[in-house]
Ligand binder design. Sequence first.
Ligand code: ADP
Length: 602
Amino acid sequence: MQRKAYAVLAALMFGSTLAALYLSWTALGRQFDTYAYDFFFRLEPPAAWTPDSIILAIDEETLTKYGGLTGMRTALADGLEIIESARPAAIAVDLILPDASPSDGPLEAAFNNTPALILSCDLLPNGSGWEDPIARFRRHAVAVGEVHADLDKFDAISRDLPLEKVAGHDRRWALALDTFAAVKHVRITESPDDLLVGSTRIPSSDAGGRIMRIRYAPIAIPRTSIAELDRHPELAKGFAGKVVFAGVTAQTVSDRWMTPYSNSVAMPGIEFHANAYETIARRMFLVDAPLTGIALVCFALAAATGFAFFLGNGWQTNVAAAMIIAVSQTIPALEFAHGTVWPWMPGTLTALLATAVAAAWRHLLVRRQLLVSENEKTRYQRSMQFAIHELRTPLTAIQGSSELISRYGGMPEAKRKEMADLINAESKRLARMIETFLSVEKLSAGEMEMKRERFGLAGVVGRCAERAKPLADAKDIAVDLETLPSVEITGDRELMEYAVYNLLTNAIKYSPGGTRVRVFGEDDRNVVRLSVQDQGIGMDKKEVRRIFEKFYRTKRAEQTGEAGTGIGLSIVEQIIQQHGGTIDVESEPGKGSRFTLVMKRT
Ligand code: ADP
């Protein structure tokens, strides 16, 4: 039963892992993972650094100064002109500029003076192609990068960026990537697993859509507005050697996106591109943990949980389970610190589910064991009452006879002797019964001392048959002693005799009159067999399985009216086991039974 229960536990742990993995990959599970990602993101920010990028901002003040949106191009032209002398490394412009306007001349002139200019394009609203800057601007640009925002479809938080995007048949790189390539003066090359820009390898697989997680800088990217520059041209120094991201930051105009850091203040799109650039330039890539690794860890967590419950059910198990849950929480945190995004859900769910399931399993197992022992207890009590009742019979006979002797002084001598013999016989029977009860307790407690002597099996059988003869004669049952091997075995002769005598008297007790009981043996090189076969009431398979339990009697046996306590066979089994042997029982209701002792030759 125990082994089966443990197999069930193992299967439950396996099932818990599969269920946890499945649930983690549902939309809801992934959402929880995303929140956990944001949590770790805030928990373990990278050390602050001086950004390579700077934002040239078209803010509210600038828009007011230049007369609103229509003045944006003039503002940009002015801003670029002011910072030109500081010689920035590159300028990325996050304005689409798809149409001509009267104020394009100064902007084109400013673009012309910019050595590394990267312009932007966006997806057409129907997604069929790209909305590009007009040719007049475009020819001054070293690249045109796309700035389409891909936000999380559940919470619209911007966590990652596709480094490439295809519209129609036209593939474009992200603005930040194009800018990085322009700064390095290299081309972007690709492999199935990553993109290569000079010596910078960006892990972003083709199959995964070339997604790159953005490691937002813990501090804001420096920002100077064009209006500020107009007022304080000396601020242009701050642009020296920097990668400039020029775009709108005015709340009224720009798209603003939430990031894992945002509380309620959204980040302007231009800062998002600058952050993507910083992620690439600093090589702060966050890669996904391999699926097989995650699955293996989950199976290991469930196996550990199962093992903790397999070993015990005390507080140690609870502590172990709590530690396993703690480990499931630590892995994602540690991995995140090393740049690997280890999803939080699979391990957490596995550890929790496995613990809950194993605890339920333990609870049911303990309850079942309790039930079994309760049953055993009531059966034991019932049998005890029965056994006490059995003891009363000889006691009553002794009491009655002794009373008669003392009351009738003039009792004839013959009668007196008969009574005394009866008292003697009944008190012997009583002593034997008490002896039996005590020995069963001693045997099961392992307190019975076993002698080690050599004796012949045939001798033991002969003596038993002799003792059982009166019983057999009374029922007109013939006991046939057939061929018995003349071997000697080592053990306790007295106990062995008790065992054989029990089998023999059972065969006689549970057989109708006029039948035969055969006793035969066999010497089979390594083992010696001794069988007692009757033509009695027999038993079905279910009964056979229980007859070695203490106090168990079959209904059929009880109906025969034969006295019995149901403990004889439990003693026999213990005796044989202590002699290193076993008992085989073959039986069929109404046909008879065969009990075979199988002893090792010693
Ligand atoms: P008891 O004979 O005192 O009841 P045992 O422990 O010797 O106790 O036997 C347990 C039960 O096994 C018996 O009550 C009877 O139901 C069954 N049994 C034992 N031997 C035989 C047999 N030879 N034929 C049929 N039933 C038997």
